[in-house]
Design a protein around this ligand. Structure first.
Ligand SMILES: Nc1nc2c(ncn2[C@@H]2O[C@H](COP(=O)(O)OP(=O)(O)OP(=O)(O)O)[C@@H](O)[C@H]2O)c(=O)[nH]1
Ligand SMILES: [Mg+2]
Length: 313
């Protein structure tokens, strides 16, 4: 119901809300084929071993041809399907602006209410959709694999700021150490830039000095894994746990959680407003588009006109 946004889903989410707030949401992202689903399968196994209830939402890019979700994830995580304490679901991205982020955050909430201790959100790639999913997650795991062409250059954009733990998967293959070294270098450079910025803000604000630990950024961990052979997974779980502890026990961690909730609210507001505007304006949007095409009006003025009209509705 929530995934389809059937009538009444928002009321349902509101009713579920008081039962949420306990689950730890982990976003798992990385290039196609890097081993995200196989790693999720292992993570389920390790989390189940400590008695946790686990949920997985695998977000598949909607095929431009069939419009359906690819079911690779189900195959990779098949052996957990008859475990009643494990819930696995594939959802398709819709291509609508903000649609994915909202859906992923909403689904995570439903599973939180169900009692999942951990919710894994698997997404492909590092585009805008994935950054949105990251906003819905407490902890973001970025999966890389050597020899896939997903060298550090390729993931630089955007992901550095949101990666909390890196798994260099397929460590049984050549090139894993190079990938680890590249990542370390990139993180060191990032830390340098960050600490420079921090020094600057500190000079200007006495407040940041007054809050102990307020500027203690989390240093992302890098773990080599072989998902197919269950190697490095215990260490990976360990690193994910330490990020969770950082979120829960430090001022910087708590500030980050608050910031994410704020971002989520803004994203939700944007979605709902856009939805309401589009449905209220109806054919006026197409008319404005036609006028833009005929060079009668520029898109900026058209936008202002539409907003003014929406406000009058
Ligand atoms: N050699 C090796 N192969 C692996 C490892 N982990 C996964 N694979 C294989 O890599 C292929 C892709 O794995 P998936 O888990 O489906 O990767 P994915 O990132 O979920 O893929 P998409 O969801 O399609 O983006 C499968 O054939 C896996 O068996 C590993 O550590 N070493
Ligand atoms: Mg997958």
């Amino acid at each position: 119901m929530v995934d389809d946004r059937s009538a009444g889903y928002r009321e349902l989410l509101s009713e579920l809300y008081p039962h949420t707030g306990r689950a730890w949401v982990v976003g798992v992202t990385g290039n196609p084929g890097s081993g995200k689903s196989t790693l999720c399968d292992r993570l389920i196994q390790h989390l189940r071993a400590r008695g946790e209830r686990v949920a997985v939402v695998a977000v598949d890019p909607t095929s431009p041809f069939s419009g359906g979700a690819i079911l690779g994830d189900r195959i990779r995580m098949q052996r957990h399907f008859d475990d009643p304490e494990v819930f696995i679901r594939s959802v398709a991205t819709r291509g609508a602006v903000g649609g994915l982020s909202r859906s992923a955050a909403d689904l995570a909430r439903v599973l939180d209410a169900w009692g999942a201790a951990t919710v894994l959100l698997e997404t492909v790639g590092v585009g805008q959709d994935e950054l949105d999913v990251t906003r819905a997650a407490h902890t973001t795991l970025v999966v890389m694999a050597p020899g896939l062409g997903d060298d550090v250059q390729a993931i630089k954009a955007g992901i550095l700021e949101c990666a909390d733990v890196f798994a260099v998967n397929k460590a049984d293959r050549e090139g894993a150490d190079v990938t680890v070294r590249d990542l370390e270098l990139m993180l060191a450079l990032g830390a340098e830039v960050l600490s420079g910025a921090e020094k600057k803000t500190r000079r200007h604000s006495a407040a940041s000095r007054a809050v102990p630990g307020a500027s203690t950024a989390f240093t992302p961990a890098i773990v080599k894994t072989v998902a197919t052979r269950d190697e490095g997974i215990a260490e990976l779980v360990d690193k994910l746990d330490s990020h969770r502890r950082w979120l829960e026990t430090t001022d910087a961690g708590r500030a980050r959680r608050a910031e994410r909730l704020h971002e989520q609210l803004v994203a939700f507001l944007r979605d709902v407003l856009a939805e309401q505007a589009v449905s209220a304006l109806g054919p006026a949007i197409a008319e404005a588009a036609a006028r833009i095409a005929a060079q009668e009006i520029d898109p900026y003025a058209a936008c202002d006109e539409l907003i003014a009209r929406f406000r009058r509705e």
